[in-house]
Design a protein around this ligand. Structure first.
Ligand code: NAD
Length: 483
């Protein structure tokens, strides 16, 4: 497959060329389900970064994407979507092995990535400005211009679909883009370069660099050669990047973590709640920024809800991602240590373990599907992001109390409401501090619905038409018509 994989090494896609790591640097990528190597990945260094930056700037100055006829840009993006689908089977197997997720979830990532290119390809010729009336002596209008070079830092939980989520609107707006892939699972994302190459995306318009966050990532975001930063990842890394961005005054988009709560009222359909919970906290082993990390349940149905959640968690099939079980390992030994340590603090804080609670004694980085009950809203486990297959149940008595608990963390990514009462669903949705509210189905919505946080969950929006305006800036042109 092109030059992507050579001599046992996945390579960097830099300004249209496949290159090895600078000075032969490479990292070994592990299969978290087997604890065996998947393969090696070349590590980009100073020389690759310089080549990517130069290629991106030159492509932008040539107007490769920004000056392309909008309809042609739409067609180019459709070709990228087609080429992503063409590599999806091979890519999904690689992603499954390097991330630990199920093969079907890995396939969904590639499909979602293709859909981002279709969606934003469909609007590349519809980025329209406004005409502003200033009376007969003036003509005034706005145009949306690309920033220039967009630097995009991607996390490991959904490397392919999150990369596409930012790259597609960036390209549609006419920017050049440099992606820094996550060091835990960079290989399937590097393969996205194959689709870009086959679709004949102009050289330099997109580069994908594999590199260590605190090294290559930090150098990329601190570079004075970039015009925008798009970061998806944890709060501490986002804060470090914002500090670097302050020095160069670089506009930034931050998609950070979450501790999202579902509020389950007494009239909720418990079957719906439990099926939502299964995907909400156990999909991708809970390594989802918008996971259903807290479940607040009206006291009258609380015991029944906890018992049914525990029964569901205990009944999940567990195994390697290639076998498509219900439950898969977390991404690394370090991640498992973090998840287990935070989960174990729950007991000291007075919570009860209704299911799971510790790692599983088997090969692979498996945390047991875990349901914590009677979790105090102010305890560590209810306040900090666990980023694993662990959720926290807490009872409530009144609507006002539920809203206060749901809003009582530093985060505000998504929230959920389960009720049959239409008026209550609208009323509570308005009061929840979150960028997106799901009613009666966790993860409702899709690529066309805006997504992003408030508070420490970040700022700016991805997905939907709304996201496009994070990748352009407005210019006003005011013309005097006076003699
Ligand atoms: P992380 O912050 O550790 O790493 C994210 C990326 O940043 C990686 O590519 C890493 O290499 C890079 N990085 C690390 N230090 C850097 C630095 N100093 N400068 C530049 N880049 C640097 O996050 P993670 O562990 O990969 O991902 C998990 C986190 O991401 C969770 O908090 C999760 O909630 C969040 N997340 C948010 C969203 C969202 O859309 N809001 C989506 C997915 C994940």
């Amino acid at each position: 497959m092109s030059e992507f994989f050579k001599d046992g090494l996945a390579r960097n896609y830099v300004a249209g060329d496949w290159v090895d790591g600078d000075e032969g640097a490479r990292i070994s990528v592990e299969d978290p389900g087997l604890e065996t190597p998947v393969g090696d990945c070349a590590l980009a260094g100073e020389a690759s970064l310089a080549k990517a930056l130069e290629g991106a700037r030159k492509s932008f100055e040539r107007g490769d994407l920004a000056d392309m006829a909008p309809a042609a840009l739409s067609r180019l993006m459709q070709r990228v979507a087609n080429e992503i689908r063409a590599i999806a089977d091979e890519g999904a197997e690689l992603l499954c092995r390097e991330s630990g997720k199920t093969l079907s979830a890995a396939g969904e990532e590639f499909e979602e990535a293709a859909q981002y290119f279709e969606y934003y390809g469909g609007v590349a010729d519809k980025i329209e400005g406004k005409s502003i009336p200033l009376g007969p002596d003036y003509a005034d209008y706005t145009v949306y211009e690309p920033f220039g070079v967009s630097a995009q830092i991607v996390p490991w939980n959904f490397p392919v679909s999150i990369a596409a989520r930012s790259l597609a609107p960036s390209m549609a707006a006419g920017n050049s883009t440099i992606i820094k892939s996550p060091e835990l699972d960079p290989m399937a994302l590097a393969m996205l370069g194959v689709a870009l190459e086959r679709a004949e995306v102009p050289k330099g318009a997109v580069s994908i660099l594999n590199g260590i966050g605190g090294d290559l990532g930090a150098r990329l975001v601190a570079s004075s050669e970039i015009d925008q930063i798009v970061f998806t990842g944890s709060v501490p890394t986002g804060q470090a990047i914002l500090r670097a961005a302050a020095d160069t005054v670089t506009p930034s988009l931050m998609e950070l973590g979450g501790k999202s709560a579902a509020v389950v009222f007494e009239d909720a359909n418990l079957d719906t709640v439990i099926s939502s919970l299964q995907s909400g906290i156990f999909y991708n082993a809970g390594q989802v920024c918008s996971a259903m990390a807290r479940v607040l349940v009206h006291r009258s149905i609380y015991d029944e809800a906890v018992a049914r959640a525990a029964e569901m968690a205990n009944g999940l099939s567990i195994g390697h991602g290639l076998d498509n079980p219900d439950h898969t390992p977390v991404a690394s030994a370090l991640q498992l240590d973090r998840v287990e340590e935070l989960t174990s603090s729950a007991h000291q804080d007075g919570a009860r373990i209704a299911a799971g609670g510790a790692r599983l004694e088997r090969t692979g980085h498996f945390m047991a599907p875990t349901i914590l009950a009677d979790v105090a809203p102010i305890s560590r486990v209810a306040q900090e992001e666990i980023f694993g297959p662990v959720t926290c149940f807490t009872p409530f008595d009144t609507e006002a109390e539920a809203i206060a608990i749901a809003n009582g963390t530093e985060f505000g990514l998504v929230a959920g409401i389960f009720t049959r009462d239409l008026a209550r669903s609208h009323r509570v949705a308005r009061k929840l501090r979150a960028g997106q509210v799901f009613v009666n189905e966790w993860f409702a919505g899709g690529i066309s619905t805006p997504f992003g946080g408030v508070g420490k969950s970040g700022f700016g929006r991805e997905k939907g038409l709304e996201a496009l305006f994070n990748y352009v800036r407005t210019k006003n042109i005011a013309i005097s018509l006076k003699e």
